[in-house]
Design a protein around this ligand. Structure first.
Ligand code: DSN
Length: 426
């Protein structure tokens, strides 16, 4: 067969883009060569519908071993009692939890997307908002932190079946204990979506939600630095009969409901090559060097937030406890939208994403904010002394987002700098 030069040329160009730029998208990272190797392996050839030891296809003995390893390593990483590593993504993991815990039309409560929440936590254009009745809580305008009082008020008044903590643009630690208390009071299930800070949690730098939530979902590719995918875990609430009866009148265990909700409920065959790559990443996360990496991610984020504040930018909530931050551009550049800012930075090979800020005066297509994160640049070896330099480059672009000459000169500086932080061994 002739080599597909068209697609491999695209891959080469994407590899170059990743190498020469400063990657600041809070949800992105660079996986190890071993994770890549497992993902690109012959395991992609295998169908394995079902779970280890209970498959619908022959010849699954070998992939059973890697899926079991992935489960055991993930449980060890978070002190979990049960885990499912098959979800293809975080949204798929969340969908499975919804299927297991609720009937269509049931109420649930999550953080408002426009206040840092996630699409699958109740957006009206997502399955979560289309199939279920989504209620929301906000962050406070005064300090940008979760409004726990409002969360409790809505929970008590509406009695949702499920309460979700977790966000895609929130830079602060959560009060999981307080949410669990109100969930217990109204007999709701408490789920934490830890996708963003999962790596920091694994390293013990943020509170472990497994100690407070009935169910925890995650992605594996953000701070956790694994392949693109999702997972579901249970901690102290496993084993737990759920009181949800089957048509035959049996009371099912929550773990069994979750397993069936992933397969056959919402997915078919698992991606065994990705599951093997997840196992590799979980093995890496169990090593001491991963804790050192996560400490650096956190230090870099704190240094970056400080540098932004020193330049007159407003950070929502005033700073960060984790790997990310949300910048409100309006204090420094009232006329600059997130959309224009993102485009100008991308032209300078600095990748970030426009993001709504809480109580935004602009739409989701324009936005008044930019979201920044440090997982990817930390993987490349950058330390906190580089953060003021990066913020200086960003500021230079944002001061004159239409000045091509200026952007070209920042891009040269970015490319020169990133040569000192090699990325791929191949
Ligand atoms: N889209 C992801 C993010 O960027 O945060 C969340 O799924």
């Amino acid at each position: 067969m002739k080599r597909d030069t068209e697609i491999f040329d695209i891959i080469r160009r994407e590899r170059e883009r990743q190498m020469k730029g400063i990657e600041l998208i809070a949800s992105e990272n660079f996986v190890s060569d071993e994770v890549l190797e497992a993902m690109g392996s012959v395991l992609t050839n295998k169908y394995a519908e079902g779970y280890p030891g209970k498959r619908y296809y022959g010849g699954c003995e070998v992939v059973d071993e890697s899926e079991r390893l992935a489960i055991e390593r993930l449980k060890k990483l978070y002190g979990a009692c049960w885990a499912n590593v098959q979800p293809h993504s975080g949204a798929q993991a969340n969908m499975a939890v919804f299927m297991a815990c609720m009937q269509a039309g049931d109420k649930f409560l999550g953080l408002n997307l426009a206040h840092g929440g996630h699409l699958s936590h109740g957006s009206p254009v997502n399955f979560s908002g289309l199939m279920f009745k989504a209620l929301e809580y906000n962050v406070k305008e005064s300090d940008g932190r979760v409004d726990y009082e409002q969360l409790e008020q809505v929970a008590r008044a509406e009695r949702p079946r499920l309460i979700i903590a977790g966000a895609s643009a929130y830079s602060r630690e959560w009060d999981y204990e307080r949410i669990r208390k109100v969930a217990d009071e109204i007999d709701a299930i408490f789920m934490v979506d830890m996708a963003h800070p999962a790596g920091l949690i694994a390293a013990g730098l943020l509170k472990n939600p497994l100690r407070y939530a009935h169910i925890v979902t995650t992605t594996t590719h953000k701070t956790l630095r694994g392949p693109r995918g999702g997972a579901i875990l249970m901690g102290k609430d496993f084993p737990n009969p759920w009181g949800k009866t089957t048509p035959k009148g049996e009371i099912k265990m929550m773990s069994a409901l979750l397993d069936s909700a992933v397969f056959p409920g919402t997915q078919g065959g698992p991606l065994e090559h990705v599951i093997a790559a997840k196992a590799v990443a979980f093995g890496e996360a169990l090593q001491d060097s991963f804790k050192t990496y996560q400490q650096q991610v956190q230090k870099n984020a704190a240094a970056m937030a400080k540098a932004f504040v020193e330049k007159g930018y407003k950070i929502i909530s005033g700073g960060t406890d984790n790997h990310c931050m949300l910048v409100d551009l309006r204090t420094k550049f009232p006329d600059l939208t997130g959309k224009i800012a993102e485009r100008a930075l991308v032209e300078a090979d600095i990748t970030t994403n426009k993001n709504m800020v809480p109580f935004d005066s602009r739409s989701a297509f324009q936005t008044s904010g930019l979201r920044f994160g440090t997982p990817a640049i930390t993987t490349r070896g950058m330390k906190e002394d580089m953060m003021p330099f990066i913020v200086e480059l960003i500021d230079t672009v944002l001061r004159e987002p239409d000045n091509k000459e200026n952007i070209d000169s920042v891009r040269c500086e970015v490319n020169r700098t990133m040569k000192q932080y090699p990325l791929f061994a191949w």
